[in-house]
Design a protein around this ligand. Structure first.
Ligand SMILES: Nc1nc2c(ncn2[C@@H]2O[C@H](COP(=O)(O)O)[C@@H](O)[C@H]2O)c(=O)[nH]1
Ligand SMILES: [Mn+2]
Ligand SMILES: [Mn+2]
Length: 254
């Protein structure tokens, strides 16, 4: 029997050649914080936020220019709580950024599609690969409030409004925060993921891959199997690179 998902950790596992047109290779990264890395090739690159070190446009540009230089045919990024220059609500009060710089940053990230790089913020993105496989992605930069930062929510109600926007037929979910109790344990032993998001995931019965980051010290991947109410198994990836410096590669059977 062919297993529908295969997971490889850069630098730990030997990553085999692309398994062929019946598969899609996703390269998952997150929390690069204005640092650049060597990452494996693949069909689709997914970045789950904390693009910049401390939220200025110049720091964001370092990441975006690096992502543009990578040769994955489709590249998708969301922001995170560090990416203040993209957040109209908090860039000014927290960081003192003028509204013009926020607009400049938002226009800049949205204008990279010619390089195959797509910025998504609480919205779906659909694409078709040369193999003919269509994928339905949804991306959100949100995370529970922790210190000051961008795109954070304070209450479960706010979280519900954010995550209820995810379409039921989503195949690939990218969020900055982990869900509660999935690869979300901090070095102090706290599960810092979002309860509302973990409840929402139970409803996303087609979701094959969930990529997130944020909790740097819990990077890794796992397959959630065995739930009789799910239509497909889901691969969960905490792709944070801040500690490991390594990407996680997931091959999904088309
Ligand atoms: N106990 C919690 N720790 C958290 C939370 N969010 C982040 N963190 C810790 O900070 C680092 C770095 O996160 P970053 O967003 O600043 O890059 C992370 O690895 C955790 O150790 C939280 O909600 N609760
Ligand atoms: Mn981070
Ligand atoms: Mn973060």
């Amino acid at each position: 029997m062919i297993e529908p998902a295969r997971i490889y950790r850069q630098g730990v596992d030997i990553i085999p050649p692309h398994p062929g047109s019946g598969w899609t290779r996703f390269v998952c990264i997150s929390d690069t914080h204005s640092r650049t890395f060597h990452v494996p090739t693949g069909d689709v690159l997914l970045h789950a936020g904390d693009l910049s070190s401390w939220g200025s446009l110049s720091q964001l540009i370092i990441t975006v220019e690096w992502l543009k230089s990578l040769n994955h045919p489709v590249k998708i990024m969301v922001a995170g709580n560090h990416d203040l220059c993209l957040d109209e609500k908090w860039a000014q009060p927290i960081y003192g950024l003028p509204p013009e710089e926020v607009q400049q940053a938002r226009t800049y990230v949205r204008s990279q599609t010619a390089a195959g790089l797509h910025y998504i913020e609480h919205e779906p993105f659909r694409f078709v690969l040369p193999s003919g496989r269509r994928w339905k992605v949804y991306g959100s930069p949100a995370a529970p409030l922790y210190a000051q930062g961008s795109f954070q929510y304070e209450t479960a109600n706010e979280a519900r409004v954010i995550y209820n926007r995810i379409p039921e037929d989503t195949d690939i979910l990218i969020t900055h925060t982990p869900p509660f109790r999935t690869l979300d344990r901090t070095s102090k032993g706290k599960h810092a993921g979002c309860h509302v998001l973990s409840n929402k995931l139970a409803e996303l019965r087609n979701c094959r891959l969930h990529v997130f980051g944020h909790i740097h010290e819990c990077a890794g991947a796992q397959i959630n199997t065995g739930d009789p109410f799910r239509l497909v198994d889901r691969v969960s990836v905490n792709a944070a690179m801040a500690v490991t410096k390594k990407a996680i590669v997931v091959d999904l059977l088309n």
